[in-house]
Design a protein. Structure first.
Length: 149
């Protein structure tokens, strides 16, 4: 079963200042909760464009794993899309959008994800995966708000 998560955040800064922050993959470490032990392992600088591969290490509920994403779409400064090639999900597609609005930049996240793992994945999805993804993005928005305050 595919789940969707959508978040929007008004950042009181111009898009010309906001987009470059998100175009630097190493900034993911700053906006990801520390309990995940998130680490970008692709050496920098990472040149972002369609086709760019980025490798990470992280852990969740005591399980460490590698995650590889690919930038599937790259349209600065409006949006970009990353998709999981290797990792904990059967499917992960994350669209990051940035719109210039009065008062700053409206940043949007639209995530489509599917757990996989048969009945065990279905149980994990109900028990903690959906809530974990929501909590991670709530944390991200809080930290992003502090960074750009």
């Amino acid at each position: 079963m595919v789940d969707y998560l959508e978040r929007v955040l008004l950042i009181p800064r111009p898009r010309a200042e906001v987009f470059p922050f998100f175009a630097d993959a190493h900034n993911l470490e700053r906006i990801t909760p520390s309990f995940l032990g998130f680490e970008v392992v692709t050496p920098g600088p990472i040149v972002m464009r369609a086709g760019t591969l980025i490798d990470y290490k992280m852990g969740l509920h005591g399980v460490r794993f590698q995650w590889r994403t690919q930038i599937a779409e790259w349209s600065p400064p409006e949006f970009f899309v990353d998709v999981q090639l290797k990792g904990p999900y059967r499917r992960w597609r994350h669209r990051h959008s940035f719109a210039e609005v009065p008062g700053g930049t409206l940043m949007g996240d639209l995530v489509e994800y599917e757990v996989g793992w048969g009945w065990a994945g279905a149980a994990a999805r109900r028990v903690f995966v959906r809530r974990s993804v929501q909590n991670i993005f709530e944390y991200r928005n809080r930290v992003i708000g502090e960074i750009f305050a």
